[in-house]
Design a protein around this ligand. Structure first.
Ligand SMILES: *[C@@H]1O[C@H](CO)[C@@H](O)[C@H](O)[C@H]1NC(C)=O
Ligand SMILES: *[C@@H]1O[C@H](CO)[C@@H](O)[C@H](O)[C@H]1NC(C)=O
Ligand SMILES: *[C@@H]1O[C@H](CO)[C@@H](O)[C@H](O)[C@H]1NC(C)=O
Ligand SMILES: *[C@@H]1O[C@H](CO)[C@@H](O)[C@H](O)[C@H]1NC(C)=O
Ligand SMILES: *[C@@H]1O[C@H](CO)[C@@H](O)[C@H](O)[C@H]1NC(C)=O
Ligand SMILES: *[C@@H]1O[C@H](CO)[C@@H](O)[C@H](O)[C@H]1NC(C)=O
Ligand SMILES: *[C@@H]1O[C@H](CO)[C@@H](O)[C@H](O)[C@H]1NC(C)=O
Ligand SMILES: *[C@@H]1O[C@H](CO)[C@@H](O)[C@H](O)[C@H]1NC(C)=O
Ligand SMILES: *[C@@H]1O[C@H](CO)[C@@H](O)[C@H](O)[C@H]1NC(C)=O
Ligand SMILES: *[C@@H]1O[C@H](CO)[C@@H](O)[C@H](O)[C@H]1NC(C)=O
Ligand SMILES: *[C@@H]1O[C@H](CO)[C@@H](O)[C@H](O)[C@H]1NC(C)=O
Ligand SMILES: *[C@@H]1O[C@H](CO)[C@@H](O)[C@H](O)[C@H]1NC(C)=O
Length: 546
């Protein structure tokens, strides 16, 4: 859905509607440096919006598509995604921007497409009485790490470019000639304008889906992390859902995100950013350690060799070519246009997409020894919310006990719950719930099976949303699951009747209460020592260690 939206007007609206003191508007070419005093929750200010811990915030230069767009023809969208693979036939409908994994701008998921035909409409006599939405932030800048991907290629070119070093013998020609005058100009971490638009659109979309569930006499608590792009995503979504006076219609709970390693200073328990207190999540990474190196060595040499003929004074590597593909994704959402999108074949874009599938399945999913552990915190909270049951300290994982034991911050009986989070959390939650029909593929790092279901582009594009509806039909209650608008058929592996869209709520809750916490094996998976408590030498099959 594209919404005709005057973006500057929306931006001004947010600035005036949200009285937050923290910096959140786009800034040009600077690293944000917040000197605002930070507030903590207190009885006099139960929902402060200037809580600090925004993470890295670097804003890049503004776009100028009126000048920089070199494609003929009318542009009807905010950003130019009209590129096709270099080997595309004129009739080819391959959309590169739907194959960029978690770097794909939002689109509705095509998974289980034939199931949608007969299951997208609720049976007669049923209604939705409650909704639980777990929402990813929108399109953003890349991270600031220059060890990989887009920023890495930026650093490579900065080293050899004649713009910075007139005596360099670097030169590029043909499809790469733009590199002679190119430099890396992206910010880091924060939302792009089109990312804000995705969230606003999603708020509007969900207003049409669930507007009736909002009761203004019960202001819902909506949760986000403190990281700037997540916080801003919550703000834009609620503007779309509630309108310009959104901040007066709900309470925004900002859960601190930051730090690294349970027990270290500034590392917060946060189910929406659980990796910070799951120690092994950083070090035992199957996707990055075992899977991607194998696949990248298979799919990248061909484009590397082809592109090398257009470059002298720089020997291209696989990592550089990967960075160029990633630049297509990130430059487009930051600047509206990227010449890097015109350099690759269909197979090469599918190769890039598969790299991201391997990364996420191996680092956060069913092939990761701590995949379930990284999702179980939110699952614990979700089950409490489904049952209106107070939070259980005995099964704590990544929850913050101070917040979850307090009804102000962990309210029950809400008819709508909305939480803003990261891509990997959505994958880990599906893994912890054992939705193996979506995340269960055991991926081969030497072969991208075109019939696999685990395609990250379909699971966590920017602004992805995982939605659980509590459906009531003639006195009986069910859970229906939607991922990016696609209704998910149950498989049996999550305790629900195979092939159905509606799961009796007692089966759903009963199965998950019995299995999810136990199977995540949180303490061992997050804090066990490899080689002593378990041994990981490659992918696992069940998203945990035993
Ligand atoms: C932020 O501001 C402080 C105080 O003015 C200064 O010492 C620090 O270097 C600044 N940091 C950045 C990243 O600009
Ligand atoms: C840039 O050049 C410096 C100095 O030769 C080198 O240490 C660094 O690794 C180079 N960076 C990249 C990304 O190539
Ligand atoms: C220029 O290219 C030659 C080989 O073509 C290379 O040996 C040399 O190091 C390059 N000089 C610079 C400054 O990069
Ligand atoms: C909203 O909640 C109030 C108080 O519980 C209730 O009386 C009212 O019927 C509700 N309104 C709607 C539209 O559900
Ligand atoms: C988690 O990692 C931090 C930082 O390395 C360390 O201080 C802490 O003891 C670890 N926690 C556990 C339970 O292993
Ligand atoms: C829990 O949340 C409270 C309130 O934001 C915060 O002060 C505290 O540091 C958090 N504790 C942990 C371990 O994250
Ligand atoms: C944070 O989580 C750990 C378990 O991972 C728990 O031991 C600790 O009590 C939690 N802290 C808070 C404030 O919830
Ligand atoms: C939720 O509602 C049920 C009845 O519908 C009630 O018994 C329970 O006390 C409520 N819980 C909270 C936390 O309001
Ligand atoms: C929990 O509260 C919601 C909202 O009041 C209500 O619709 C639902 O029936 C309650 N669920 C249970 C298990 O009590
Ligand atoms: C989770 O799914 C896998 C694969 O479908 C299945 O083998 C396993 O039994 C399921 N877990 C439970 C607790 O049923
Ligand atoms: C885990 O330990 C084994 C045995 O010591 C070692 O071979 C393997 O590389 C380790 N795995 C990781 C992910 O560190
Ligand atoms: C682990 O996965 C395998 C293969 O899918 C399955 O046969 C086995 O039952 C699983 N084990 C557990 C404890 O879920």
């Amino acid at each position: 859905m594209q919404l005709a939206l005057n973006f500057l007007a929306l931006q001004a609206l947010v600035a005036s509607a949200v009285s937050a003191a923290s910096l959140h508007t786009r800034q040009t070419n600077r690293v944000a440096n917040d000197t605002t005093p930070v507030a903590s929750i207190s009885p006099s200010d139960p929902f402060p919006t200037n809580v600090g811990y925004p993470g890295t915030r670097k804003y890049g230069p503004p776009p100028f598509l009126a000048v920089t767009d070199r494609k003929e023809g009318q542009l009807s969208t905010s950003i130019d995604t009209r590129w096709t693979p270099i080997d595309a036939e004129p009739s080819c409908d391959f959309n590169i921007f739907e194959h960029l994994g978690n770097e794909s701008p939002y689109f509705s998921s095509p998974i289980f497409s034939s199931f949608q035909q007969s299951h997208s409409v609720l049976p007669e006599g049923c209604t939705v009485e409650q909704v639980h939405i777990l929402h990813r932030h929108g399109s953003r800048y890349p991270t600031s790490s220059t060890t990989e991907g887009a920023p890495y290629f930026g650093a490579v070119i900065a080293n050899v470019s004649r713009l910075t070093n007139p005596s360099s013998n670097f030169s590029a020609s043909g499809p790469l000639s733009f590199l002679n005058s190119w430099k890396y100009e992206l910010g880091a971490e924060v939302l792009n304008a089109v990312g804000a638009q995705q969230l606003f659109d999603s708020g509007v979309h969900h207003y049409y889906q669930y507007g009736k569930l909002y009761n203004e006499t019960h202001k819902p608590v909506i949760r986000t992390t403190s990281q700037q792009r997540i916080l801003d995503s919550a703000r834009y979504w609620t503007l779309g859902f509630f309108g310009w006076d959104a901040p007066s219609k709900y309470n925004l709970e900002i859960i601190l995100e930051g730090g690294d390693g349970l027990g270290t200073a500034g590392a917060f328990n946060n189910t929406l950013a659980s990796y910070d207190t799951c120690n092994n999540s950083d070090t035992i990474t199957v996707g990055d350690t075992y899977l991607r190196p194998t696949w990248d060595a298979i799919y990248l040499p061909k484009p590397r060799d082809r592109l090398q003929q257009y470059v002298s004074g720089l020997e291209l590597t696989n990592e550089m070519v990967y960075g160029m593909q990633s630049l297509c994704a990130y430059e487009t959402v930051a600047l509206g246009y990227s010449n890097f999108c015109g350099l690759f074949t269909k197979d090469e874009w599918e190769g890039f997409e598969y790299d991201l599938d391997l990364q996420f399945n191996g680092d956060y999913g069913i092939m990761s020894p701590n995949g379930k552990a990284q999702g179980i915190g939110w699952v614990n909270e979700f089950l409490d919310r489904l049952e209106n049951a107070t939070w259980n300290a005995a099964t704590i994982t990544t929850e913050n006990s101070t917040l979850d034991s307090n009804p102000t911050y962990f309210p029950l009986n809400q008819s709508m719950y909305v939480d803003f989070t990261h891509d990997d959390i959505i994958v880990s939650v599906l893994t912890a719930l054992n939705y193996t029909q979506v995340v269960g593929d055991f991926l081969d790092p030497t072969y991208a099976d075109p019939s696999r279901t685990f395609v990250l582009s379909h699971i966590t594009p920017f602004a992805a949303r995982l939605v659980f509806e509590v459906v009531s039909c003639k006195g009986k209650r069910y859970v229906r699951t939607k991922l990016n608008e696609a209704v998910i058929p149950y498989s049996g592996a999550e305790g629900c009747p195979a092939g159905k869209a509606l799961c009796p709520i007692e089966s759903f809750v009963g199965f998950q209460k019995e299995n999810a916490y136990k199977d995540a094996n949180f303490n061992k998976a997050c804090f066990g020592v490899n080689g002593t408590d378990f041994t990981v030498t490659g992918p696992v099959r069940n998203g945990t260690v035993y």
